[in-house]
Design a protein around this ligand. Structure first.
Ligand code: AGP
Length: 618
């Protein structure tokens, strides 16, 4: 949901800003822009479209964007936008300059009372050049700066008293060329600390090339950054202490590394990141969940589990619900986070709320977690981004080790989220005495075997590619499954629609005949994961029902079903495993299928239309 960068130091500021925006483009790509102070003048350059359009505009205008370029800029900020208020256009692009050219602002978030503030400012003589809520912030800060406070920091603090909403704001003032001031509420800001240089970004990949020492800014704080200093204050101006964290990601973790798309690279990383998530937590025949007390006393005190998440993370939660109920016999609800807070949920201090999020910043998920906490629930976050808001605000954290996931379509994060929910379900079952020592050992072995089985799928991925090349003109695709295969189908369907724009639905195999089968006609494509022993016979009937009505069927099945008769046109065989663990493997061919369908259709794989990676609006 919009990416922000800022830089002060000796490097070529424009190069740092543009490269940072490229790294953050997954957060929004409707427009991009930069603002900087050079020779005492505040400049803005912005353009509708992706960062490469901005790059071209600046290059054509004679700006030196090379790393080695000379730097005569004292401070610079940049922005890549995911439009909320105002259509994507040059005018609505950030940065926004105040009417008298004193202040420039980039913003991630939503100013909810912008209409009211705009009419207040209009009465004071301010004219507006865009339809955005952000421009109001620039004008309001300038209003307080020129009319009342005459002090950069004080005018921001005063403006924040009027602003209702969420924001990561980065502000430049022409009279203070040596600094950037930021304010944060409900949207991420990471500060990168360098030697006689400092950085700001919405996310770590934009900084990692320059520094690994970072500070995750807290809500309701103001940052005053110069090249030599970082000062963080609360809204009243009290100086606060901060902790510097060290990030140990590879520099190439956020690069495509020879793959055509981040999504492809990230799918190929699945064996490695699944292993990194699971293997270190399995030792001497037991599972260890660091920082999470899995004592008998703790687990016995839990009467119910409440899982909340959005999108792909929600689908990982659905698998978690199935597993925990099956293995531990604890009732579990899994709810879409945006619905959870309005559902008057039945939870109390005996409920454990498990929050799943790749980014750790999704606003709906954060709100759901806060609601659960308010009702007395303890919270465990399964999160990928270290130091993210959800990780910091939850009682306990279990990190997935997926590394940076850049493609908007989540792939490796989902697989590692599954890794964590399997570990959790198994550990709870062990602590509650619901699993025999033999089964517990077998299941740990299953998890440890997954990386090599995922690799086997990647080794034959060209079979999925061939199938997709033949079928990419499909207008509507149904994923059908039963039990775990149904939950997996939900994720497979989401992946396909978000990157290929093909209409798709996931249906429980047995439910299709209660209405939706009316949509099946000659040539309709049906993809059916069939991995559950007891349900395979029933699924065979379900795919027969659709194939008799003209559907083309791809069945995804384990090796042990290879010789079995299914009414399908094509089979994709995955390695055998205990049926409980099949979703971890089945996800990958479904992700590859979505990928190749989208590639064949010429879609923008890593930046699908209308989407952004981290959704920090409700
Ligand atoms: C996944 O492919 C999606 N782009 C999306 O559904 C995502 O999983 C969802 O927005 C939740 O994000 P989070 O995991 O960062 O909270």
């Amino acid at each position: 949901m919009c990416g922000i960068v800022g830089y002060i130091g000796a490097r070529n500021t424009l190069s740092v800003l543009i490269k940072g925006l490229e790294c953050l483009e997954y957060r929004g790509y409707d427009s991009a822009g930069v603002s900087f102070i050079q020779n005492g003048k505040l400049n803005v350059i912005k353009k509708k479209g992706k960062v490469k359009e901005l790059y071209k505009l600046m290059d054509d205008s004679g700006y030196d964007l090379s790393e080695k370029g000379k730097n005569s800029i004292s401070a610079g900020i940049g922005h890549t936008r995911w439009a909320t208020h105002g259509a994507p256009s040059d005018e609505n692009s950030h940065p926004h300059m105040s009417m008298n050219g004193k202040i420039c602002v980039v913003h991630n978030g939503i100013i909810e009372n912008y209409a009211e503030l705009r009419s207040f400012l209009r009465k004071k003589g301010y004219e507006f050049a865009s339809d955005t809520d952000t421009e109001v912030a620039a004008q309001l800060i300038e209003y307080y700066y020129t009319k009342k406070e005459h002090d950069f920091e004080g005018s921001i603090r005063r403006a924040l008293q009027d602003i209702v909403g969420s924001y990561a704001l980065c502000v430049l003032c022409v009279d203070y060329p040596d600094r950037i001031i930021c304010a944060k509420k409900d949207n991420p800001i990471v500060i990168g600390i360098g030697d006689k240089e400092n950085f700001i970004a919405s996310d770590i990949p934009a900084l990692i090339e320059y520094t690994r020492d970072v500070v995750f800014m807290e809500d309701n704080c103001i940052l005053i950054m110069t090249k030599d200093s970082i000062t963080i204050k609360d809204v009243h101006g009290e100086v606060l202490d901060y902790e510097v964290a060290h990030v140990d990601w590879d520099t190439d973790a956020a690069q495509k590394g020879g793959y055509a798309h981040f999504m492809m690279k990230e799918m190929f990383e699945e064996p490695k990141v699944f292993e990194a998530t699971v293997a270190p937590r399995i030792k001497d025949g037991d599972i260890f969940l660091e920082h999470f007390p899995c004592t008998k006393e703790f687990v016995s005190n839990i009467n119910s589990i409440n899982i909340v998440a959005c999108g792909t993370a929600y689908h990982a939660g659905c698998i978690g619900k199935y597993l925990i109920e099956k293995l531990c016999r604890i009732p579990v609800t899994c709810t879409v986070a945006s619905e959870f807070i309005y559902s008057d949920p039945i939870i109390d201090e005996h409920t454990l709320t498990v929050v799943i999020s790749q980014s750790g910043e999704t606003l709906d998920t954060r709100n759901a977690m806060r609601e659960a906490k308010n009702r007395g629930s303890q919270t465990l976050a399964i999160v990928n981004v270290i130091g993210s808001t959800i990780a910091r605000e939850s009682d306990y954290v279990l990190y997935t080790a997926a590394g940076p996931e850049i493609s908007v379509a989540s792939t490796k994060a989902y697989t590692t989220q599954l890794g964590c929910v399997y570990l959790l379900a198994l550990k709870f079952a062990k602590v509650l005495g619901k699993i025999t020592p033999e089964k517990y050992a077998d299941y740990q072995y299953e998890l440890l075997e997954m990386p090599s089985k995922l690799q086997k799928i990647l080794d034959v991925q060209d079979r999925i590619q061939r199938f997709a090349s033949a079928e990419y003109n499909a207008e509507s695709i149904f994923f059908i499954g039963r039990g775990l295969d149904y939950y997996l189908s939900m994720e497979a369907s989401l992946k396909l629609k978000e990157i290929s724009y093909i209409h798709s639905e996931a249906y429980a195999g047995g439910e299709l005949k209660h209405g939706t089968i009316a949509l099946i006609e000659d040539g309709t494509l049906v993809v059916s994961p069939i991995t559950q022993d007891e349900l395979a016979g029933k699924m065979e009937s379900n795919i027969k029902e659709v194939s008799t009505r003209g559907a083309t069927v791809l069945a995804i099945i384990p090796e042990r079903f290879a010789e079995r008769e299914f009414s399908c046109n094509e089979k994709f065989i995955i390695p055998d495993c205990d049926e409980l663990f099949a979703p971890i493997l089945t996800a990958l061919p479904c992700q590859l299928f979505a990928y190749y369908m989208a590639v064949n259709k010429g879609c923008d794989i890593d930046k699908p239309r209308n989407l952004a990676k981290s959704v920090t609006v409700e």
